[in-house]
Design a protein around this ligand. Sequence first.
Ligand SMILES: Cc1cc2nc3c(=O)[nH]c(=O)nc-3n(C[C@H](O)[C@H](O)[C@H](O)COP(=O)(O)OP(=O)(O)OC[C@H]3O[C@@H](n4cnc5c(N)ncnc54)[C@H](O)[C@@H]3O)c2cc1C
Length: 548
Amino acid sequence: MDRAAQAFPKLTPAQIERISSIGHRREVRPGELLFDVGDQNTCFFVVVEGEIEIVRPSGDLEEPVVVHRAGEFTGEINMLSARRSLVRARAVRDGAVIAVDRDDLRALVRRDSELSEILLRAFILRRVALLAQNNSDMVLLGSHHSGSTQRIREFLSRNGQPFLYQDVETDPGVQVLLDRFHVGVNDVPVIVCRSGYVLKNPTVETLASQLGLTAELDVKEVRDLVVVGAGPAGLAAAVYAASEGLDVLVFESTAPGGQAGTSSRIENYLGFPTGISGQALSGRALTQAEKFGAEVAIGRTVVRLDCDSRPYRIHLSDGQEVRTRTIVIATGARYRKLALPSLARFEGAGVLYSATYLEGQLCKDEEIAIVGGGNSAGQAAVFLSGIAERVHVLVRGPGLAESMSRYLIQRIESTANVVLRTRREIETLEGNDDLQRVRWRHLDTGERETRDIRHLFLMTGADPNTGWLEGCVLLDDKRFVKTGADLLPEDLAGAHWALPRRPYLMETSIPGVFCVGDARSSSVKRVASAVGEGSICVQLVHRALHEL
Ligand SMILES: Cc1cc2nc3c(=O)[nH]c(=O)nc-3n(C[C@H](O)[C@H](O)[C@H](O)COP(=O)(O)OP(=O)(O)OC[C@H]3O[C@@H](n4cnc5c(N)ncnc54)[C@H](O)[C@@H]3O)c2cc1C
């Protein structure tokens, strides 16, 4: 079946019959609006007779998207979440549809594997097509010099939200838009939606709520499980927990996928021999979690855990709090980054955070640079010296003795093509689509040097996102969460561990609170291990729930 037929399939009479059993049939009149751009929680419609046209309003005009005929159905990825509709649906002539409530549709795709495959594939392909055509009435007015603009651009792109970008510095037509919506250049970034609203320099939380990326929370409910963080570890926990019938709520401050979501191509994840982009992997995982009934609230940051109360209380940045019997901490880590405005542009396009065989293949016979003076930088230098022509190791300090193991220092010293450059700081990164040149400066003499370097490895360590756990669960000396066998008897005594058993694998010093993925002390920092830990811990969450 070709892509168009998969995006717009025709259901069989037997399939329509199964959908009819959970929906209701109703007549439609020519011109009748079934849903409009910006509507939230719209119904799912199967055309029984007649035609439903899908259009995208553009100013006073409408651009046709598709016409659904008998046996075809409306909807895209917003059918599984609270996202607002990007299109308008209208009956072309007299006819009839089966209307299905969104929650009933979600229940249907959970139990009917044949319809699940047809509908989910169509929904995903339709969103991909809307993104490719940039089918949106949303315009982001920003400046390429503004960090806030970059933050909003990244947020929209990583959340699969189509938008048109206009730069106030370079786009000639932008002044007309600024005047029309009464916003000034100093207000940027500004989100303008032709359907009505204008957001000046919005927070991620405001934007997420406007887009329907975060559902209204029922704060009275006590959840079985709250997962904090929707990177690979958190999404895996959500998929397994929801598919096993637990009531799961996931909080994600930025976008599903976490660090992996920023990778242009993941080539070492099982089952994807030609690689998969982090965004595609996380988009699928999110759909899977939502299909099984997990509630995923994007743009919601957890700021504190109250572990003295039972059920536990999770506090959000907007002041709301949610109660839950168990928790999976999956907030990952942040690679320490260089404070350079152009860094984000070259991440995955020359700037790399790991030095495996895969990255090594990219720099055959090249001149490359590694920033960092720890063991990971040393290992990378030794490994890459066998592949690259020349390896510059840049450190801010006067040498490596303070931070790197002696054996690695000796290897670096005895490898002719590794050049240690102490007291150096990177000043600029240059290139078009990919990194092409790097300039650094000597911190004492101010002397500058520019080299044709197309691959720069940042090995300056990672900081765990565990500030919100302050005073609750036990952390190691680098602030990663201690779990399972890493918790020594004295740790447990200090944490007032009250159960007769020891903590389960991946359980923290607080019963029923688990930690998976990069935030966990001594974890392997890989997508596959994060996914593995997220899925395994659900078995232990079940056990903890039985004990409570
Ligand atoms: C550029 C890059 C490329 C990579 N490429 C590869 C690769 O090719 N192969 C590989 O195996 N590994 C790769 N890695 C490593 C891999 O991405 C990580 O090991 C993996 O993503 C860890 O998953 P995680 O779910 O534990 O944490 P993360 O991916 O860090 O996800 C944590 C999530 O929690 C959210 N969060 C944090 N704090 C809060 C809070 N207080 N409230 C709500 N949400 C919060 C964050 O926004 C984030 O989305 C790469 C990493 C980077 C940075």
